[in-house]
Ligand binder design. Sequence first.
Ligand SMILES: O=C(O)CCC(=O)C(=O)O
Ligand SMILES: [Fe+2]
Length: 323
Amino acid sequence: TMLPVIDFESCQPNVDVSNEQLKETGKLLIDALSTAGFLYLKNSGISRKSIEAMRNAAEGIFAAPVEEKEKYAMDPKTFCGYVGMTSENLDPEHPTDYKEAFHIASVALDPTVGMKWPHDLSPDFASVSASFMEEYKALSLRILKAIGVGMKLKDPDYFTKAHNFMHKQGNMSGLRVLRYPPVPEGVKTPDQRLGEHTDWASISLLIVDQVGGLQVSIDGENYEEVQPIEDTVLLNIGDTMQFWTNGKMKSKKHRVILPKGREKMTRRSMGYFVHADNEVVINQPLVYEGDPDVAEVVKNPITSQEYVVGKLNEAHNLTAKAY
Ligand SMILES: O=C(O)CCC(=O)C(=O)O
Ligand SMILES: [Fe+2]
């Protein structure tokens, strides 16, 4: 099965869009995200030029010697920084995900917090990522608006309002650039470059290169290859949107495998993860047109921050255990 391709041209962040248009595109998104859970967005408005600039800026970091990169190791309080492959990763008995990453969370762009940017490794990384993330943020808010309108929420801006603090303290949205290097001679090949998981976000936007290896499980059992399509952005929903929609929209498991015969190819991807503001209750049922005004009171509210930090810590500990 081929994932749906949806044209976002009429809803691009820099154009005025009518409510009718938002509703029409929103319905297409909702339909795809309720079935496949993943789709290709074309004419997203994110240019090839800014993607290349971001890739090049990230490459400056990845190309540096490991001890230089480790100076920017992920700060466990802000979750910003370099996530490396340690030598223990090479243990043939315990092959872990063979990849490295650099995380830029929202706080990095908040002048009151900020982060330790790797200016010496990649001089324009900070400025390029800041503008790249602004583009992603604008696109994300349009997607959330279209979904809100398409779903006939009583307040069509419910989702956008729930993401009011993006790129500020109080929100955990962020960009993660990933590099999956070739597997060196003599190293027992891990069969997964990135282990099976669902995303935790409300929505995720992913840009992959032409190497391939991303797989999604639509039926929860079998995995299907997600073929890269040039000039598209992959859109999927995460657990937060699944919670909100009470399972109508599906947060699908996915993973990255090492494509056979392509072990010597470096794979690059970039994911932008859109999280609701820290204090937003993600298991709060949505209120639709025609529903009573009073929202249901949830017994065990889960906030976005609680959920995401829990997952991040879990992932961190699991990795630590594997070492
Ligand atoms: O690298 C990819 O294509 C997938 C990345 C991913 O699923 C993630 O970072 O959550
Ligand atoms: Fe993912």
